[in-house]
Every structure is written in C-alpha cells, then in structure tokens.
Design a protein around this ligand. Structure first.
Ligand code: DGY
Length: 322
C-alpha cells in the first residue's frame, strides 16, 4: 500500500536543510521565490493541504481562519510569537497551533544586547557619520553616550528570552529587575529583583527591555503614562513585538529627551514603520532580525517539523499553543 504523505503549505522560503527534511516525509508546497502571499492567495494555495507552516508575516485572523479549507488541521508556526494567529478562532475551528520556543532565545538575546549597547553608545549615528565622510574631529565632547556597565536593567517579561538577556547583561555588571505576571523560582530568577507592579519597577530602570508576548493585556503597554514613570535619560529596547509600544508616545519621549535613546528591532506595521523613527538620531533601528542566524533558523525549522511529526503520528505536539 502506498502511504500518502501529508501536504504542507510552506508560506516562505525556508533553509535548504529544512525544505529537504520536509520533502522526505511530507509533500511540501514550497515558496522558492519567497514571495509574500496575500491572504487570499494563501487560502487558495492551502486547498487540499493538511497543514500550514507559516511565519509571523502571515495573518490568521478569525476571518482568514474561517476561509481556510477544512483539510487544514494544524498551523505549525516557524516563530515563537503567535500573535498573528487568533488562537481562540483556531480552537473553534479545531485547528491545532504550535510555535518554536527555546531555540531562538540566544539569538534574540544577542540582538537585545546589541540594541542596548547600540542605543546607549550611539552606534547608528556614528556609523552613518563615518560612511558619509562627516567625521571631522575628535574631542572630549564628541559622540558622548550612556555607559551600560553597572546600570540597572528592567526586564518586562522574564521568560525564556528575558532570562538569557539577564545572564548576558550580568556580564556587563548590570543589576537586573523584572516584572512578570508571577514571581519566578529562585533558580530562574538568579538574583533578579521582582516587582509585582510594573509602575514600581519603572522609576528604577536606567534601561528597560521588553520580552513579553503581544497579548490584549500587553498591547500598547509602553505608553505616555508608563514612559513618564521612567527616569529621565532612560533607554528603551524592544526585540519582542512592536505592538507593545505606542509609537506616538515613544517618538515624543525620544524627541523631548525624556528618553536618551531607544533600540528597536520590532515595530508596529512592519515593514512600513512610523516614518518619524527614521528621522530621529537617537534611535538604533534594526529590521526584525532577532532570530536571524543560520543556526537558529535551522533550529526553528526542525522544531516546527517536530511539531508536525508529533501531530501526524497521533501524539500531542510539544509546542502546542492552541
Ligand atoms: C518569532 O519567532 O516570533 C520572531 O519574531 C520571528 O518571527
């Protein structure tokens, strides 16, 4: 008897090793040109598919989920974040949803440290100056930034990524504070100071780094009100999700000097970000590359496949989120 392989719609170009592994055990519908599908195109291409392996670049709102063919039984995301999927609507349609946690914590923590240091030490300003042949002199007052070593770093969300960031930041003698829904056990807390209320932590944060998911409770949590609670001259970094930040409030705080700087790898409405960011010299901007290392992208792919393997062999995928 010929065994039929499950059909998997793969929405973006994946690492070769991942596509090869998918082709061995599945019938993947690949996207070799890495074209961003519109929602209607994605729905069309999903005709007859058993699974979709998407990235955060595809949206699965209730309306889109409703239009997916009945054959689709699992959405195995190539991402740790799954705010692009309406999980309640997926559950209602009996579609399993998985993500890829753990494997991108190191890469994302590296980018976070780069944002912290890049924003504090005015990296993009300096780099642009050198490239534009505008570097004319050196003086004690030239390009003076904020020292990172020994400063207090507040972490909003001490989960997998937040804990790695805390470890790396301790290498810079930073003191770690955190706010989360609940206090962690001493092993994972590793000496960090817990604040049950965000508003009690913010006035103590010389640096604030965001590491919580975008949920109805956290969307826009960085607002005019919360930014005002930070000490003057604080630095904000975000390698989590753009939706955590109210752009107008952040842009005003950067313009007024309330914040010395910000380092951002994620934005609302990527890649069409609020154009005002581009004009600010005190913001260090990256294009959502927290997990963009060869090692991590391979690991994310294998993790998504493990979830598919479990599902199609009748077991519970380890990373099931809905
Ligand atoms: C993630 O995995 O959530 C990253 O942001 C890339 O999508």
């Amino acid at each position: 008897m010929v065994e039929t392989k499950p059909i998997v719609l793969v929405t973006r170009k994946l690492p070769d090793v991942i596509e090869a592994r998918l082709s061995r055990d599945y019938e993947p519908r690949l996207n070799p040109n890495d074209r961003l599908y519109s929602s209607s195109e994605m729905i069309e291409r999903a005709a007859g598919a058993d699974a979709i392996l998407p990235c955060h670049t595809e949206s699965f709102s209730a309306e889109i989920l409703e239009k997916l063919p009945q054959s689709v039984r699992i959405i195995a995301n190539f991402s740790v974040g799954y705010d692009h999927v309406d999980t309640a609507a997926a559950k209602a349609r009996n579609i399993v949803v998985t993500n890829t946690p753990d494997v991108l914590s190191d890469a994302t923590a590296e980018i976070t440290m780069m944002l912290i240091i890049g924003a504090a030490r005015r990296a993009s300003e300096g780099e642009r100056m050198v490239r534009a042949v505008e570097w004319r002199d050196w003086s004690p007052a030239f390009m003076v930034g904020t020292q990172v070593t020994g400063k207090r770093l507040g972490i909003l969300g001490l989960g997998r990524v937040g804990q790695v960031v805390a470890r790396r930041a301790r290498g810079f003698d930073m003191e770690i504070l955190y706010h989360d829904e609940a206090r962690l056990d001493p092993d994972r807390e590793a000496g960090a100071t817990y604040f049950e209320r965000l508003e009690d932590m913010l006035p103590r944060c010389e640096f604030l780094s965001l590491h919580c998911p975008a949920t109805p409770a956290t969307r826009g949590i960085i607002s005019e009100a919360t930014l005002a609670m930070l000490p003057d001259g604080a630095i904000l970094v975000n390698a989590a999700r753009g939706a955590l930040v109210n752009d107008q409030a952040l842009i005003s705080a950067l313009k007024s000097g309330k914040l010395a700087a910000a380092g951002l790898d994620v934005f609302n409405n990527e890649p069409n970000i609020d154009p005002e960011y581009r004009a600010l010299t005190n913001v260090f901007l990256l294009p959502h590359i927290g997990s963009a290392t060869r090692e991590t992208r391979d690991a994310m792919g294998f993790r998504a496949i493990e979830n598919l393997d479990a599902f199609f062999s009748g077991s519970e995928p380890v990373d099931r989120v809905a």
